[in-house]
Design a protein around this ligand. Structure first.
Ligand code: TUI
Length: 315
């Protein structure tokens, strides 16, 4: 059986963390992943304190296992979200889309384990020095808000630079990816795209179908000119966004207006034409829906066989 220090650290059976996908990672998905033996996460995204508290209470009713909250640092309600996490006795948070330095002391004082998503070695080192429990080194293959460096290049460099556990993310959705993550120095994986099509994921059917039909070359990164590059599936929305980004006279406000609400439109309303269908480059490999339990056990079983068989490469 696949096991690693991350399992003891978090009190989970399998070293698998679910991505904190905005508008998608709700109490139902988080509780289902945690019940399946991984670490489920509720995405705080742009929720206010009371909306987040409601999701946390729901998840507590659906699982007696540990689950966490993903704090999206660009949220206008980030202060409230941090407060609610501490009040509700959440044991672990991941953070994304920014630097969580200013919230570390408060979270740690409340006994929360903080696991920041980092796109670079420098941020990983800074997070370690501020007392992060672990870091998630997320490569640019991921969906949503992305950094520049690939998983293959980022994970070993982060693993060399810090002494805390490193979790790999970006482009991982099967046993080969998980085995590779361990070889690169990670002690666990975070997966978003793989859980998008889980039976227990409440994202709109149209979104799931677009992911299931995606090919390897079907994602694109937009928003670099705004300072928050986002990877999503190519569609009418991304084509218009790219066109506008290329026009020298387009303003940041115009682009922001186009992006605002686009993820909600796709994930909740199923508008996969003018909405933003965020997902990672590994979408091309995802061809069937499964339960969270099946997703986790399939990847761990396959990684186990690959790692046991890896001696065949050594003479
Ligand atoms: O956060 C994510 N993925 C996300 S957040 C999100 S919501 C959103 N929607 C529209 C526009 C923008 C965001 C959708 N997907 N992944 C984790 C992640 N964090 N990837 C990259 C980073 C990151 C980037 C810069 C973390 C820290 C960072 O630090 C910059 C600094 O200030 O040092």
């Amino acid at each position: 059986m696949i096991s690693s220090p991350l399992c003891e650290l978090l009190g989970i059976k399998y070293p698998v963390i679910q991505g904190g996908m905005a508008w998608i990672a709700n109490a139902h998905l988080a509780a289902s992943v945690s019940n399946a033996g991984g670490l489920g996460l509720i995405a705080a995204m742009n929720s206010n304190g009371e909306q987040l508290r409601e999701q946390i209470k729901k998840a507590k009713e659906m699982t007696d296992k540990i689950f966490g909250v993903n704090l999206m640092l660009m949220s206008p309600f980030i202060e409230e979200a941090v407060e609610v996490v501490c009040e509700e006795g959440i044991k672990v948070v991941t953070t994304g889309a920014g630097n969580p330095s200013q919230y570390m002391d408060k979270l740690k004082a409340a006994g929360v384990k903080v696991i920041p998503v980092v796109p670079s070695v420098s941020l990983a080192k800074r997070m370690e020095s501020l007392g992060a429990t672990a870091v998630i080194a997320e490569g640019g293959e991921s969906g949503g808000h992305v950094g520049e460096t690939t998983t293959m290049a980022l994970v070993p460099q982060v693993a060399d630079a810090v002494s805390i556990p490193v979790i790999a993310a970006g482009g991982i959705a099967d046993g080969r990816g998980m085995a590779a993550a361990f070889m690169l120095g990670a002690c666990g994986v975070q997966m978003g795209t793989a859980f998008l099509v889980a039976d227990e994921c409440d994202v709109h059917e149209n979104y799931k179908n677009k992911v299931l039909k995606a090919r390897d070359i079907d994602t694109v990164v937009t928003g670099k000119s705004l300072g928050h590059p986002v990877r999503s599936l190519k569609n009418q929305m991304t084509r218009e966004f790219v066109k506008l980004e290329r026009q020298s006279d387009s303003t940041g406000d115009q682009l922001e207006a186009m992006g605002a609400g686009a993820l909600r439109r796709a994930a909740m309303e199923g508008d996969v034409t003018t909405g933003s269908v965020m997902c990672g480059q590994i979408a091309g490999m995802i061809k069937e829906t499964k339960s969270c339990k099946q997703i986790i056990t399939d990847i761990c079983d396959a990684a186990e066989s690959i790692m046991i068989g890896a001696g065949k490469w050594v003479k």
